[in-house]
Design a binder for this molecule. Structure first.
Ligand code: SF4
Length: 336
């Protein structure tokens, strides 16, 4: 039986590409690549559930593979540049295909399939970009794109007759209507919205990431994960304060704090949890406390007592809540 490795994002297109191959009796192993910038499919999110339910229903296996530092390095320095935001889409596709190639070789699969659609995305899904990506990944002729195959040069599995080209599709462009009609034919009803997962396409997130890399070219996983939560401020001494916006974010911030980091809040009133790293200067600790006070229910008081916790110890700082100009000057945000 012919075997394929398929890239599975969890979205509609990559799922349909797999279903088209399954319909031809091809044995598919799907691989979902995880990064620090996407929907974490390994947790109990709906994203994860949809993928595993679909895999069970349509009879294919899903493997998870974390790209970790390899992905961070292409985000920092992509050979083919970033897209509109911090998304290094061409390098990302090359990296994913290179990893999939290893799996293909290990498992004796015949080819690789992706859910890419010609012309759907401006950077990585163009007619001239597909061959470049395949070449860079060392996979010329071995990457089948079932949703647009009829519009592309036949691949080796099609030429060999392993895959029936006439049963593949000729979709192009940004409209999702043909995919939705095909999903209906397959009885596929639960699928996430397109590109819902990659934070690197989000302008607000991308701005915060760029700012982080400017101050710290080698950020820790904690630094990257913190970008997903809270209000972010760059303090006069160069440290960063992260201020929770709600209870859920306060809990995330607490969970992300490392040994020695300072956590602060105003006791006895509604207060955000505020985090500043363990090496913070006294000046930055005071600024972070002012920010914490400003977002607490004690913000109207002339002076607020902020409790600081670090390594099982605690102390208090008496500060004036930050005013609007302090917020404006310290907040990490796009100015346009
Ligand atoms: S949007 Fe994100 S995950 Fe998708 S190709 Fe671009 S960088 Fe990769």
């Amino acid at each position: 039986m012919a075997k394929a490795i398929a890239l599975l994002s969890g979205g509609l297109d990559s799922t349909l590409a797999i279903l088209l191959l399954r319909k031809q009796g091809i044995d598919v192993t799907a691989v979902t690549f995880l990064t620090h910038f996407g929907c974490d499919i390994s947790d109990s999110s709906s994203c994860s559930k949809d993928v595993s339910d679909t895999a069970v229903k349509f009879g294919f296996e899903v493997k998870l593979c974390h790209l970790a530092d390899k992905f961070i390095s292409i985000v920092k320095n992509p050979k083919y540049g970033h897209g509109k935001n911090m998304n290094p889409c061409i390098d990302c596709r090359i990296l994913m295909l290179k990893e999939a190639k290893e799996l293909m070789q290990m498992t004796g699969a015949d080819f690789i399939a992706t859910g890419e659609v010609l012309g759907q995305r401006p950077m990585s899904q163009r007619r001239e970009t597909f061959p470049l990506i395949d070449r860079e990944a060392g996979l010329e002729g071995y990457v089948l794109r079932p949703l647009s195959a009829k519009l592309l040069k036949p691949t080796i599995p099609e030429i060999k007759g392993i895959v029936k080209r006439e049963e593949l599709c000729g979709f192009s462009g940004r409209s999702r209507k043909p995919q939705m009609a095909l999903a209906k034919k397959f009885g596929l009803t639960d699928y996430p919205s397109p590109a819902g997962g990659c934070l690197l396409t989000d302008p607000i997130y991308s701005y915060k990431l760029k700012e982080l890399l400017m101050h710290n070219p080698d950020p820790s996983i904690k630094d990257l994960n913190l970008l997903r939560v809270g209000r972010h401020f760059r303090l006069p001494g160069g440290h960063k304060a992260v201020v929770g916006r709600n209870r859920e974010e306060n809990m995330s911030i607490e969970a992300l704090a490392e040994k020695g980091d300072y956590l602060m809040k105003v006791e006895g009133v509604g207060s955000p949890l505020t985090l500043i790293s363990k090496d913070a200067t006294e000046e930055d600790l005071l600024s972070a406390a002012s920010l914490c006070a400003r977002y607490s229910d004690a913000k109207h008081l002339p002076e607020v007592k902020v409790t600081v916790y670090a390594e099982g110890k605690q102390f208090t700082l008496n500060v004036k809540p930050a005013d609007d100009s302090m917020l404006e000057s310290l907040r990490i945000q796009r100015k346009d």
